[in-house]
Design a binder for this molecule. Structure first.
Ligand code: TNX
Length: 544
């Protein structure tokens, strides 16, 4: 009898349960390019080892090791030699494109293949989503079995630019929150964080040569609700109490943190408009040279913009951009360029003189002169200029990339002219818009962009020629923060819409299927829940 019991126990211990998954059980977002399911599963245990080739891979493996450590208390380790079983191996295949990866899951091991670090990073994100959502918890219950279905995945992104813009001017968000957003972006396989660092309501980047930009320009009247409806500006001799800024050290830390997650941080230094904060600090930058204060809310239109006639404006901007380029290694520098009210230019003797000297007849051409001049400077430093679609007005700078926000029109025009474009139309990509019934949502700027609407976004417009479509680098969502005062509210506007956007810029167009996405997003909600992300449930329920 005893023998029988022992025999039965050993059988019980060694025989694997017959796990059978099919593709419908796999909830990865964005959906991988190809995915095959076989019977069986790999189970992570306390003894699972990560087999790595170098330090970079070790750092990537560490991201999942951390997750296990938090969820289970295990300390999984790495090794350089392949064990007999129970391992996750990183295998390099240089033939794979940048960001591409493959995952092959067998019962006793997993093989991740990529050409370089970014691919491994995305393999790990998919692996995270193949694991039960409890992997995102602290101290998951002991019953969770850490199973990974026996899948085989071959995946790569459709677009190279998969972005999110954070406006940290209208309301200030600091380093810790920005890092959290970076984590969220990496989780969704996004690779660009565009930081809107300058606007009328606050200058948010330390510039050593011009300290008043942050001692004066980063502060405005503290409003009780910190909302947008206050139309006051601090008087020039009053010190504002609401605001903040990022030091150069903090920005470098953010850039390095993002880099580890294959995310490029693109700085936006607005010009020639949306710059009251700079003019409040240095009044000589405007045509009139008069003192103004940093406005608190929706004062609009604002006529005080940088003077396009005086050389001192360009001296200032070049100094600022030099420091900016030293902080941000990104290939692109965003110079804004949107919504310039040019009334002051029309009446300014310096601007009129400039127009004469340059043979310009319209003030729009002066905007173009401005941007082209800045582009030359940026190019001379080995960087590329990108700006909002207004930079098309009066003629595009020769090498400029256009971010199309007023619909797709600007993008179409720029691509037809052979310029690169990033699509970010207000209709689908504005995360400051409502995502549910107005009466049930926190106050927003307007618009209506629920999850299903974001999911309909496509960076390539059907009317584009194949040649023009090649100039579409990708897509991006923008989170303007006029009405967003807290990190919880900011998360609410980002998630789950970021998941829909991620799929539109990563997955093959043929894979787009709202029904299927609506099933997969349910598990994503659990993952957000466990991560402590304050996501919007309303966005899913609403159909446009
Ligand atoms: C337009 S989009 C702006 C921003 C506002 C946004 C509000 C763009 C380039 N300019 O200044 O915050 O609308 O949705």
């Amino acid at each position: 009898f005893l023998l029988c019991v022992i025999l039965l126990m050993t059988i019980g211990c060694t025989s694997k349960e017959p796990y059978q998954y099919d593709a419908a059980d796999i909830n990865i977002i964005p959906k991988p390019k190809t995915l095959l399911c076989r019977p069986g599963a790999f189970e992570f245990t306390e003894k699972t080892r990560f087999v790595i080739n170098n330090k970079e891979e070790a750092a990537i493996a560490e991201m999942l090791i951390q997750k296990f450590s938090t969820a289970t208390g295990w300390t999984l380790t790495t090794t350089e030699t392949i064990p007999a079983e129970n391992y996750v191996a990183f295998t390099i295949n240089k033939a794979l494109k940048k960001e591409a990866y493959e995952i092959a899951v067998a019962e006793d091991h997993i093989v991740l293949t990529a050409g370089e670090a970014s691919g491994f990073l995305y393999a790990i994100q998919s692996l995270r989503q193949l694991l039960p959502p409890e992997i995102e918890t602290k101290g998951a219950d002991q019953k969770t079995k850490w199973l990974v279905p026996a899948v085989s995945i071959k995946d790569e992104p459709r677009f190279q630019w998969r972005g999110l813009m954070l406006d940290i001017s209208r309301h200030f968000f600091g380093k810790e929150y920005i890092k959290e957003v970076i984590d969220g972006l990496a989780f969704h396989k996004m690779n660009v964080l565009h930081l809107h660092l300058v606007d009328d309501q606050g200058w948010r980047i330390e510039i050593k040569k011009y300290p008043r930009l942050t001692t004066v320009g980063a502060w405005r009247v503290d409003q009780e609700d910190k909302h947008w409806n206050d139309r006051r500006a601090v008087s020039p001799d009053e010190k504002g109490t609401y605001g903040g800024f990022l030091t150069q050290e903090e920005l470098k830390e953010i850039v390095a943190y993002a880099d580890k997650k294959n995310i490029t941080v693109i700085p936006e230094i607005e010009m020639p408009a949306h710059v009251s904060s700079a003019i409040a600090a240095y009044p000589h930058l405007s045509c009139k040279g008069n003192s103004i204060g940093v406005p608190s809310g929706g004062l609009w239109p604002i006529t005080d913009i940088y003077c396009a006639g005086q050389e001192s404006t360009f001296v200032f901007l070049e100094d600022v951009l030099k420091e900016v380029m030293d902080i941000f290694p990104s290939q692109y520098i965003h110079i804004g360029g949107d919504e310039a009210t040019k009334t002051n230019w029309e009446h300014c003797p310096y601007c009129r003189q400039r127009m004469k000297d340059e043979g310009l007849s319209e003030v729009e051409e002066l905007q173009s002169y401005f941007i082209k001049r800045i582009e030359k400077f940026i190019n001379a430093h080995g960087k590329k200029l990108i700006g909002w679609d207004e930079i098309l007005e009066g003629g595009l700078a020769p090498d400029a990339t256009v971010m199309s926000w007023r619909g797709v029109k600007g993008g179409l025009e720029a691509a037809a002219q052979g310029h690169d474009v990033v699509m970010t139309p207000g209709t689908h990509c504005y995360f400051d818009h409502y995502q549910g019934k107005k009466e049930e949502e926190p106050l927003a700027i307007g618009g209506f962009t629920p999850l299903s609407k974001v999911y309909q976004f496509d960076p390539v417009v059907p009317s584009m020629t194949a040649e023009a479509a090649k100039h579409v680098l990708g897509g991006q969502a923008n989170l303007w923060s006029e009405y967003i005062t807290t990190t919880a509210h900011s998360q609410y506007m980002i998630y789950p819409r970021l998941a829909a956007l991620a799929e539109t810029v990563w997955s093959p167009k043929e894979a787009r299927d709202w029904g299927d996405f609506s099933d997969r997003i349910q598990t994503m909600f659990d993952r957000y829940e466990y991560q402590g992300i304050h996501y919007a449930k309303s966005s899913f329920r609403i159909r446009p």
